[in-house]
Ligand binder design. Structure first.
Ligand SMILES: [Zn+2]
Length: 398
């Protein structure tokens, strides 16, 4: 995703706002439909059923029919994705949207000629029912744009973000398998022993953010000053998010080029969430603690890294059941929780093998992908929690 400042004319702005209104209306209807749903009840309408209902609503209401069906359908799709994220435990439950806050809509099925450059600094994008809208060509627009999202921030500024699915890259052809472990003390560990760190906010940025937050707390609600402080905070955070996204792009490209098979853990984040919540009869243990953990995973860019790997190393990514990968000695295959000396160190209680804990896990991920059983012998009783929850936000991506 690369974001550009959109420069609509006043008339275009009115039309864009209309799209936003439709997207918000459809989204909120979907939120309502699901608001009363509880586990055990017959499921609330899914995406296909909601699309059918949308067609009915469009037939009935002229004002809805006057809008773009793509905008409205994509709002349902966004909702379906938000709900899936919620059930996967990576995001909060989708909530009601208010006018003027987080406004936006998405356009799909973008054709090659729908984005074009007018001059060095000016481009334009074709928006259904709005026409050609100019934007600031502040950096290269990715090749093969498939969709874009148009948003309006709290300050009333419009942006367009283009999404293109990256082209698959060729592997080196050596047959080499790499194991990648979502690290605890680093962002990701490779079975080669490399430790990868996603960029974190710089000290100067941290203190600037603290200052801005203090200023925000003192600013009067609705004041211009408050608006300015909020914008400054948003800008600071956006820069941080950009840097991490950049890191994910570079890292995924690097891995896709260097290795033929990339093995990653198939993190059943959803299962973890469900077990954290438990059921009415048997409420989960450590619910509060795990709620914090899930927020950590929410911000984790791990999912995005894996997604990018699957696109760039198309057909060359293996997802491995992560069970025991952190507790198994890569040298002798003995499984023991106690071998996980600390977050950082693996020290086998059976053979004395010692390694960086995340690298040891990455090697197990690699070996499993290469067809060697990791949980070969021994092993803790079923259900014993694997001690590999991240202690802080890893690869956070906003
Ligand atoms: Zn061992």
């Amino acid at each position: 995703m690369s974001r550009y400042r959109l420069q609509p004319t006043p008339a275009q702005e009115a039309a864009l706002l209309e799209h936003c209104g439709h997207a918000r209306y459809v989204w909120n209807l979907a939120v309502e439909q699901h608001a009363h749903w509880r586990p055990g009840l017959k499921s609330a309408p899914g995406f296909a059923e909601q699309c059918r209902q949308l067609s009915e609503a469009r037939a009935e209401f002229g004002w809805l029919r006057a809008g773009s069906v793509i905008v409205q359908q994509q709002a349902l799709k966004d909702f379906a994705q938000a709900l899936a994220n919620f059930f996967a435990g990576t995001h909060r439950r989708p909530r009601w949207r208010r006018r003027g806050r987080g406004e936006g809509f998405r356009i799909v099925a973008v054709k090659a000629g729908d984005v074009r450059r007018l001059s060095r600094n000016v481009g334009e994008v074709r928006v259904p029912k709005v026409g050609w809208v100019r934007f600031r060509w502040s950096r290269a627009v990715p090749e093969g744009v498939k969709s874009y999202r148009i948003t309006r921030d709290a300050a009333g500024r419009w942006h367009v973000a283009f999404a293109a699915i990256p082209e698959p890259l060729p592997g080196p052809g050596t047959g080499e398998v790499i194991g990648v472990d979502r690290g605890v003390s680093v962002s990701a560990a490779l079975s080669t022993g490399e430790l990868l760190n996603a960029p974190t906010p710089r000290d100067g940025e941290k203190s600037r953010l603290r200052r801005l937050l203090r200023r925000l707390a003192r600013a009067k609600r609705g004041s211009n000053r408050r608006g300015r402080v909020k914008t400054a905070i948003a800008r600071l955070k956006a820069r941080e998010v950009d840097r991490r996204k950049d890191w994910i792009e570079k890292t995924s490209t690097d891995l896709a080029r260097r290795f033929d098979v990339i093995a990653v853990e198939d993190l059943k984040i959803g299962n973890m969430t469900r077990s954290a919540k438990g059921t009415v009869e048997a409420p989960g243990r450590n619910v509060r603690q795990k709620a914090g953990l899930n927020r950590g995973i929410l911000t984790a860019g791990w999912g995005r890294l894996v997604e990018r790997l699957e696109q760039k190393a198309a057909g060359r990514v293996r997802k491995i059941n992560p069970r025991y990968t952190s507790q198994t000695c890569n040298a002798c295959k003995h499984i023991a929780r106690k071998s996980r000396e600390s977050q950082a160190l693996f020290l086998c209680v059976a053979c004395g093998w010692r390694d960086n804990a995340d690298v040891n896990a990455a090697k197990n991920v690699r070996d499993t992908a290469a067809g060697h059983a990791v949980a070969a012998r021994g092993g803790p009783p079923l259900g014993e929690p694997a001690n590999r929850e991240p202690q802080h936000d890893l690869l956070p991506v906003g």
